[in-house]
Design a protein around this ligand. Structure first.
Ligand code: FES
Ligand SMILES: [Fe+2]
Length: 404
């Protein structure tokens, strides 16, 4: 990945965006996105099966599994999963489901174990998921122990970040992320430390909220007194990448801008000019948005909790701050971020009410909001046009604008 080239391209992109008088030549008019995609239970069922249960999603950080035997129960997709440090830097994930009659093999949210022992009838599994002991084996006719290991879940890492995919045939995470994964290397994800995680519940379909984090068209209005004072959305430069991923970079009004909230914090030396001096935001399809900087990286992960409710998890990561406590400025930094987050989420519940009202005729997007359409095109690709009601699918129009 040539970051000098990337910097040049983005800076040129800022100028082009600022001077344009409309979308570029040949850019399509977006078909309206039907509101039923946010409300219809049949559509959302297809979405669960083909998107949520078949995508790489962020689960946790290696700091949350510090030693051999450390485990972490993860249930963000309403399926009980246990992620385990099985030693020698290996991370494994299993359904937290005993092969005997389905009781959990760990019952605490986190902990450390030498063996995963189901406390219902005492079956025990090693950290590699092998069934090693069960009570009264003589009473099971023809039991082949080797066929009763814990069922593994696809698990892969980008540095210290652990991702899960419920699809047993998932492609490697690196291939799935493509250019996005290359971009993330500059943040040295293998050295980042976990700082903080917190969840926020929101009363809307998860996509209402996700859409809000894929554009900056809203910045001059809802962030008028905050973000808008620092960034200039007229210059926003966007990359649409394969598999639904994307990046959006918005120039700072002041070219020498420095985050006052990050004063005195260690910088990751390998971070290139763009995320260092501008406002870059990456979207990992389907549900992770991150505006990383050289001094810290927040992950916003979005999860459906029902058809019309969702949750945002905010995770913060930092370059190594050495021995001792986390620098004090982090408290302020996290609080400031939370305030912006509340600005971003404020309309979601009302929008959710609107999408099921006769007053809503669909989502009407403009050129600046093209990452949202790109996201929805990928959703349709995952579901398959032939599987959903034609009324709810959206035509593919962005293909020529996706960088390979
Ligand atoms: S359900 Fe686990 S031992 Fe019976
Ligand atoms: Fe925002």
């Amino acid at each position: 990945m040539d970051f000098n080239e990337d910097t040049k391209r983005v800076l040129k992109g800022f100028e082009e965006e600022r001077s344009r008088t409309g979308p570029p030549e040949g850019f399509p008019k977006f078909p309206v996105i039907p509101g039923e995609r946010y409300t219809d239970s049949k559509f959302l069922e297809l979405e669960t099966k083909n998107l949520w249960q078949k995508s790489w999603v962020y689960a946790c950080h290696k700091d949350e599994l510090p030693e051999k035997g450390s485990y972490f129960v993860w249930d963000k997709l309403q399926v009980p999963i246990v992620i385990v440090n099985s030693g020698d830097d290996n991370i494994k994930a299993y359904y937290n489901t005993c092969r005997h009659r389905g009781a959990p093999v760990v019952t605490e949210k986190t902990g450390k174990a030498r063996l995963l022992v189901c406390t219902y009838h005492g079956w025990s599994y090693d950290l590699d998921g092998n069934l090693i002991n069960l009570r009264d084996p003589r009473d099971f006719v023809d039991l082949d122990k080797s066929c009763q290991n814990l069922i593994e879940v696809s698990c892969d890492c980008l540095g210290n970040w652990i991702f899960i995919n419920l699809d047993p045939d998932a492609e490697p995470l690196k291939d799935y992320l493509g250019i996005l994964g290359e971009h993330m290397q500059q943040f040295q994800p293998e050295k980042l430390r976990h700082v903080h995680s917190k969840s926020y519940a929101v009363n809307s379909n998860v996509k209402v909220l996700l859409d809000a984090f894929l554009e900056v068209y809203h910045v001059p209005s809802i962030h008028q007194k905050t973000v808008s004072r620092f960034i200039d959305i007229d210059g926003t430069y966007i990359n649409l990448w394969p598999n639904g991923h994307s990046r959006m970079v918005t120039p700072h009004r002041d070219p020498d801008w420095k985050d006052p909230g990050a004063d005195g914090l260690t910088e990751i030396e390998t971070v290139s000019e763009i995320p260092k001096h501008q406002n870059a935001s990456y979207s990992f399809f389907p549900n992770l948005v991150t505006p990383p900087s050289a001094t810290g990286i927040p992950f916003l992960a979005f999860w459906p909790t029902s058809d019309d409710t969702c949750e945002i998890d905010v995770h913060w990561f930092s370059p190594d701050w050495g021995d001792g406590d986390l620098p004090k400025v982090w408290e302020r930094r996290i609080e400031n971020f939370e305030n912006i987050l509340f600005e971003d989420t404020q309309f979601a519940p009302a929008i959710q009410e609107s999408v099921s009202s006769p007053g809503f005729k669909g989502v009407l997007l403009n050129y600046q909001e093209r990452r949202i359409y790109h996201w929805h095109e990928e959703l349709d690709k995952k579901i398959g046009h032939n599987k959903m009601s034609q009324d709810y699918s959206i035509p593919r129009v962005l293909e020529p604008f996706v960088e390979k």
